[in-house]
Design a protein around this ligand. Structure first.
Ligand SMILES: [Fe+2]
Length: 306
């Protein structure tokens, strides 16, 4: 390259998930795609972490939004202890509990069961109807198909940043009514072989099952904005009829499907992930049959969306 051309070339660092790649000294970090997700190596999460390692795990979580550890052997108590580094655990009104542990949930599809037993095989965020929806989910693979059954993630910071200015300004002013009040009633109306597996009972009040949240939420520390619209539990945009809301929702729910926003986690027995439920949407990929898929999770309560 000639000297003249060299001076025209701006200095560029590595950008991942829309930001400069941070430096890590105490843990191994390998980004999964340019959009989100990383694999962390050199950490046994069954044991208490040193402050230096914990700092870097948290930094990786903030940057990549979904962090993955392979080959982790954990008791339920160790799973919960690691989860508490991210915040306070919460129960969920609708998700089936992991037997014996009301503060853990399970995603379970037996080999003979249809896809319909697990909710939301489209991109979504979990439990947006709650006043303080989950900050993150900590999920451990117990049994997984030999091939397939991945979980896909889509970065909603990047989704927002790729929208045109006019639509961003419109969404900045919108709020969404999310409701989980009718889940059980709607499920009971379905044919038996199409019903979701839901938690049998819970202690949440009716008021806690419906909330109005901003269509664009901000990170409480950095202020970075992310799209926070999903068809799961969506009722309408506040002040809009359900009919008027439909067209814009239909468009917005196509956005997480853009490949350049995504990563996919390939599960293996012992894989443990933590994903940010505020700024990612996720989706289980049910491309397998005749095999058991059993994932056990905790849910960390988040802030009221701002
Ligand atoms: Fe989910």
């Amino acid at each position: 390259m000639s000297e003249a051309l060299q001076t025209l070339e701006p200095a560029r660092g590595v950008i991942v998930a829309g930001r400069p790649m941070p430096e890590f000294r105490h843990i191994g970090v390998e980004p999964i795609t340019g959009a989100c997700g990383c694999e962390i190596s050199g950490v046994d999460i069954s044991r208490p972490l040193t402050p230096e390692v914990l700092d870097e795990v948290m930094k990786a979580f903030e940057y990549f939004l979904v962090i993955m550890f392979r080959d982790q052997t954990l008791t339920p108590e160790q799973h919960k202890a690691f989860s508490r580094y991210f915040g306070e655990l919460t129960e969920l009104p609708q998700a089936p509990i992991f037997p014996g542990h009301p503060d853990m949930q399970e995603v379970r599809r037996e080999a003979h069961e249809p896809v319909s037993v697990v909710p939301f095989t489209r991109f979504h965020t979990d439990s947006p109807f709650l006043p303080r929806p989950p900050l993150c989910i900590c999920m451990h693979a117990h049994d997984v198909p030999k091939y397939g059954g991945d979980t896909a993630f889509s970065n909603m910071f990047l989704a927002y940043e790729t929208l045109s200015e006019g639509l961003r300004e419109t969404l900045d002013r919108l709020q969404v009514v999310y409701s989980g009040k009718s889940i059980w009633k709607d499920n009971a109306k379905k044919d038996k072989d199409q019903q979701l597996r839901l938690r049998d009972g819970h202690s949440f009040t009716e008021d806690q099952l419906e909330s109005i949240h901003p269509a664009v939420r901000r990170h409480p520390v950095t202020g970075r904005k992310a799209l926070y619209v999903t068809s799961a539990y969506f009722r309408r945009f506040a002040g809009w009829s359900e009919e008027d809301s439909r067209g814009l929702l239909d468009y917005l729910q196509t956005i997480p499907h853009r490949l350049q926003l995504q990563c996919r986690i390939r599960w293996k027995p012992g894989t443990f992930i933590v994903w940010d439920n505020r700024f990612l949407q996720h989706c289980g990929v049910h491309d397998y049959e005749n095999e058991r898929r059993h994932l056990v999770r905790t849910t960390v309560i988040g802030e009221k969306p701002i």
